[in-house]
Design a protein around this ligand. Sequence first.
Ligand code: NAG
Ligand code: NAG
Ligand code: NAG
Length: 499
Amino acid sequence: MILEATKVSIFKRTRMIEPRFRFRAVALLSVILVVGSSLKAQSAIGVNWGTLSFHKLKPSTVVDLLKVNKIPKVKLFEADPDVLEALMGSGIQVMVGIPNEMLTALSSSTVASDLWVRQNVSRYVVKGGVDIRYVAVGNEPFLSSYSGQYESYVMPALLNLQQSLAKVNLASYIKLVVPCNADAYESSIPSQGAFRPELNEIITRLVSFLNSNGSPFVVNIYPFLSLYGNSDFPQEYAFFEGTTHAVTDGPNVYYNAFDGNFDTLVAALSKLGYGQMPIIIGEVGWPTDGAIGANLTAARVFNQGLINHVVSNKGTPLRPGVPPMDIYLFSLLDEGAKSILPGTFERHWGIFSFDGQAKYPLNLGTGNRLLKNARNVQYLPSRWCVANPSTDFSAVTNHMKLACSVADCTTLNYGGSCNGIGAKGNISYAFNSYYQLQMQNSQSCDFDGLGMVTFLDPSVGDCRFLVGVTDVSSSSFRPVHRWVIPWGLIVWGFWVFVM
Ligand SMILES: *[C@@H]1O[C@H](CO)[C@@H](O)[C@H](O)[C@H]1NC(C)=O
Ligand SMILES: *[C@@H]1O[C@H](CO)[C@@H](O)[C@H](O)[C@H]1NC(C)=O
Ligand SMILES: *[C@@H]1O[C@H](CO)[C@@H](O)[C@H](O)[C@H]1NC(C)=O
């Protein structure tokens, strides 16, 4: 991006140079271009920062986490003012998302798009502000499971927003993009890649728009989902460590699902005449909990393999030496409030847990050999809600269901880190999840007398019973919670301890 801008401005300047100097200018230009292409911009490793969590870290704590880990780029799913304010002055490059639900309004009027740009972009793009580089218009709006409900709004919204950016002189600095799920294209072998027939027309218009604005195509690629959804999928092919199930495609051989998927997109773009269009990976990652195949080892091996592969600049058979422009890992933090419609792993994509603790060693290639934990995280007091030992388990089913319908219990599932803690463990886990979600409100551990608070951490092995965090500053929050500790509970806690 930066190189491109430099090239353009040099070109413009040389046009004004007198003829006798032209040769020198052209020579200088070619030197710069040669140097420029050998200094090929390395792909950056960014992260997605989603905020669908019951236990949100303070945005400033998250920005500090990004900074200590030297993460240069972040992708947001919406323009949350607290998040954007925290990013001010950080130097981190930002992709701001627009939720699909807003596309209708933005497609219908430039008044709406002007307002959106003013409130969510231009206000922040000032000296010492937020370095917004991309606006993601919708999030996977062509996903097959949406049955086309957002499709017709995408192009009109893009055109309106482009006008609105131009009005505030940001149209060349900030690029509009549309993150697509990899289900927008299909093929059994990469070279035959093509967009879904029903999307052909709209994608043709989209890529023509992207191309005329110098914008990249943004795609989300998930080998985990291929493995999860298909028992015949060869497991090694999902990773980057070599495979006995390589895919041969004419003269090309694919050793991992990521490259195969990427080149399927390259082929699909080529068919539309845009085989050279830059590609950004908007989401890619591996979950660690809640389902079979979602575990710490697999996530570490996948993410490290991916990062090493991308920063090696090897590229793919159809784009040798040209890795994706940037990749954004999915995700920075676990999001316990996400819908589990996609699967019970959905709340566990973070490279950090919800409270900013690194889940496994990962070298992002940015200078630190390992991930660094979030600093100054403000936890609620160290106490948990568990099943009263005298609980009659038969009476508890409904309480447990209710607790788990609100709070996150997905680690209890088969393949999850808390599967196998027993029936009573299950109940306690559910009670605690709910209690923490309710910010340890004492009534929320009642469950008709079946729950009780303990001060002894009930975590067992890899199964962590969480303590919530608070984004309220400690000074304003402490007094409220200090006084609600009933002395009786401390006696209960002691009783559990001696049991
Ligand atoms: C700015 O973005 C936020 C978050 O997505 C949204 O709620 C708000 O409506 C947007 N502002 C305008 C004027 O559209
Ligand atoms: C972790 O997941 C991978 C596949 O994603 C699987 O092969 C491996 O056996 C799992 N490890 C454990 C300890 O469950
Ligand atoms: C605990 O809950 C999980 C998830 O619902 C279930 O698979 C498991 O069998 C339960 N364990 C016992 C001992 O009931």
